[in-house]
Design a binder for this molecule. Structure first.
Ligand SMILES: [Zn+2]
Length: 374
């Protein structure tokens, strides 16, 4: 779901001592920081716990290429007007690249195309996610979506409470009418640099990262694929209920792990950093910790539903959106464990999916398949 972009749970691992933050961040909607010649780092405020997004401006011939947009808010539009008037030497924003479809990254895309005449570039998957999920969730919820959350162990009241808050989401963006496609392996000349399009999966279907490496300079525009101190959401949702997005996510991290160790990482949130390999290792460790936590919860509570396990994995939740994130993340970890053969899933007589450790007496031969008692 596109609207899941904005909220992230706090990272449980401690911030790594191995990461290096060479630059102080810019003030949201105000200053810019030159991270390398012709590459500006700016910030746009967001009205939520994660209170900003980083955007980047790359000098590009007779103008600029912008990376990501901020949420669909007046504050974002004011910030862009200020950047254009103050920091771009009077040159136009000719091109806009949205790393992915989430509203903090693409929420202002239609406006920027209109206001600055910028050409929008996105991957196919992200552009059509944006088009497909424009607008609030349907009311009432379609039966398959309802069933997805019921089977996970939520009551109808809990499901309704969760979606009521999504229907109030004030950030629904207008959809840009056309785009130019970016594909894995494309090389994009921007100014003096050639940027390689790398695709990440798991957080969103076809997330674009841009990598430049010329022997002396190594820069990754990472979007949400590599954040220094928080983990990105990786969710199973009713769109793809049998998906295994964590497998895709971890494989994407491994691909980033092959980049140069001195790469300067330009993330979409928090600060520009070095220490890519250390961060990839930390993120792997984080998910291993989550897998271990779920295995031990299933040891204590065989036959638990995803909703019950969500309490173990994410005990502190305040908003309905937190429930949606937690449910999606718990299901993603359960799917990974299930496809790895470490746990089994049974659709019980009461219509709920119940999970067991593989080989546990309650779940004979259930490592990879499910039994329908319907
Ligand atoms: Zn995102």
């Amino acid at each position: 779901m596109a609207e899941v972009a904005a909220l992230r749970k706090p990272e449980r691992l401690r911030a790594s001592a191995e990461l290096d933050y060479p630059l102080a961040p810019p003030q949201p909607g105000d200053s810019v920081v030159e991270v390398a010649p012709g590459i500006l780092w700016a910030r746009i405020a967001m009205p939520m716990a994660l209170d900003h997004i980083n955007v980047y401006l790359l000098r590009d011939g007779a103008g600029w290429t912008a990376i990501d947009t901020g949420l669909n808010t007046p504050a974002s539009r004011l910030a862009w007007e200020h950047f254009a008037a103050t920091h771009l030497q009077g040159l136009p924003i000719q091109r806009l690249i949205c790393t992915h479809s989430h509203y903090d990254h693409a929420g202002q895309a239609a406006w920027m195309v209109e206001r600055f005449g910028a050409q929008l570039c996105m991957s196919f998957g992200e552009y059509f996610m944006l088009r497909g999920f424009y607008g609030p969730p349907p009311d009432p919820l379609p039966p398959l979506q309802q069933r997805f959350y019921r089977r996970a162990g939520m009551t109808d009241a809990q499901i309704e409470h969760m979606f009521a808050s999504l229907r109030r989401d004030p950030f629904m963006p207008p959809v840009p009418e056309s785009y130019q496609r970016l594909r894995a392996g494309d090389v994009l000349p921007i100014g003096e640099r050639n940027w390689h399009v790398l695709i990440g999966e798991g957080h969103s279907p076809e997330h674009v990262c841009l990598y430049h490496s010329d022997g002396k300079e190594h820069i990754l525009i990472a979007g949400d694929q590599l954040l220094p101190r928080i983990t990105s959401n990786v969710l199973v949702t009713p769109i793809e209920p049998e998906g295994d997005p964590l497998r895709l996510w971890l494989a994407s991290l491994d691909r980033l792990d092959t980049l140069h160790p001195d790469t300067l990482v330009l993330p979409s949130h928090q600060s520009v950093f070095r220490g890519l390999h250390a961060r990839v290792a930390e993120l792997h460790a984080h998910h291993q910790q989550q897998f271990a936590l779920l295995r031990s919860a299933l040891q204590d509570c065989p036959g638990a539903t995803a909703w019950v396990l969500t309490q173990a994995q994410f005990p502190k939740r305040r908003h309905a959106m937190d429930d949606l994130m937690a449910m999606g993340e718990t299901l993603a970890h359960l799917s990974w464990l299930r496809y790895q053969g470490q746990i089994g899933r049974v659709l019980d007589d009461d219509g709920l999916y119940r999970f067991h450790l593989a080989g546990a007496p309650t779940a004979p031969d259930e490592a990879l398949s499910e039994t329908h008692h319907e």
